[in-house]
Design a binder for this molecule. Structure first.
Ligand code: ATP
Length: 351
């Protein structure tokens, strides 16, 4: 029984559809992330699940309860959802203890004290109950906001860009920490972010949205290695698309040679396709006779990322150790280390 089940969910702003027929299942205890560029509909979808925005179509179930459909719209406070939103700041005039106690007024006093102390320990801040929010760092405040949302034991947690106000270095480590906290509480959660590292640090499953459509809902590993759409190939990690022609049912001919592949359903021999090449598929090797021209380079500290030109003019990227300091215009040796090429029909690449 999935904790959250969306069936063909649609949402609009002023007759403009911004969430388009989304199907999604989040299992009990699973952590999911919605990832996508600005304006793709992430927040609208999250607000629709929370009951803060009425869907214009489809059905939303949490556990076995139908929360929204064309006949039903359960109000937010009855959905038993915890929320940590970007603008969901702590009450500045209340202590940390009172902030967490906010949603616990129906709890008997002793149970309330016990739950708050348990949560403060869970988030690694057992001593801060008497402090006010302004006496805490941004990361600590966000952990308190999480504790406040978890306090009444909601059925699931929704988070909208919860770390966006924090330093880049802190965001990823806090995402990992929050994952640990959610797992130890055994709570299902759905988080919205446009930061891939945060999504990967946090989630069991990640959904990539584009123009209101969910293109793929999958593990981070599969999104990187088996993207279903060129947009995902581009959005997740780095890479380039080069031209290829299908040779037989298991291979594609490209300028980099004949590459083994699992072809998309319906692809025919002789068909022109786009082939994804990741920087780690092309290894720089000074001893190789296969040379390509460097047309761009980016120093990343631990490595160089070279952009190389193929004879046709198409470009691929190549990762190399940081002491291989080759200038733009020079030719460097390469070898290919690609297990299975990811291939897209040409028509999809233009979308
Ligand atoms: N209250 C509103 N009224 C009208 N249009 C809206 C409203 N809120 C959002 N939109 C539009 O709906 C689309 C989706 O917005 P949404 O905030 O869901 O995207 P998002 O993916 O969360 O973006 P971001 O990452 O920038 O927060 C955008 O085109 C946005 O302009």
């Amino acid at each position: 029984m999935p904790e959250l089940n969306l069936h063909q969910v649609q949402a609009s702003h002023q007759a403009h559809t911004v969430v388009n027929r989304i199907d999604l299942r989040l299992r009990e205890g699973e952590i999911g992330c919605l990832l996508g560029p600005s304006g793709c509909g992430k927040t609208t979808l999250l607000r629709t699940i929370a009951g803060l925005h009425a869907p214009s179509g489809g059905e939303i179930r949490i556990g076995e309860t139908l929360m929204a459909s064309d006949r039903v719209n359960v109000p937010t406070e009855k959905r038993k959802i915890g929320m940590v939103f970007q603008d969901y700041a702590l009450f500045p005039h209340m202590t940390v203890y009172d902030n967490i106690a906010f949603g616990l007024d129906k709890f008997p006093a002793a149970l309330k004290r016990e739950r708050i102390q348990q949560l403060l320990e869970l988030i690694g801040l057992p001593q801060v109950g008497d402090r006010y929010p302004h006496q805490l760092s941004g990361g600590q405040q966000q952990r308190i906001a999480l504790a406040r949302a978890l306090a009444p034991r909601p059925t699931m947690l929704l988070m909208d860009e919860p770390f966006s106000g924090l330093d880049v270095e802190l965001r990823e480590s806090l995402a990992r920490e929050v994952r640990g906290i959610l797992k130890s509480e055994g709570i299902s959660a759905l988080m919205v972010t446009h930061n891939q590292n945060e999504a990967f640090a946090m989630a069991d499953s990640v959904g990539v949205l584009k123009d209101g459509r969910l293109l793929q809902w999958d593990t981070p590993y599969n999104l990187y290695h088996q993207p279903l759409h060129p947009f995902i190939a581009d959005f997740i990690g780095q890479g380039s698309l080069i031209s290829g022609r299908v040779c037989d049912c298991r291979a594609v001919h490209t300028e980099l040679g004949l590459l083994k592949t699992h072809l998309p359903f319906g692809t025919e021999s002789g068909e022109e396709v786009s082939v994804l090449v990741r920087p780690d598929d092309i290894i720089h090797d000074d001893s190789s006779d296969w040379k390509l021209e460097v047309v761009n380079r980016a120093f990343r500290g631990s490595h160089f990322l070279f952009t190389l030109k193929l004879p046709s003019g198409e470009k691929v990227m190549c990762m190399s150790q940081s002491h291989h300091d080759h200038p733009v215009g020079s030719k460097i040796g390469i070898k290919l280390e690609m297990d299975h090429a990811v291939v897209f029909p040409k028509a999809l690449s233009g979308e």
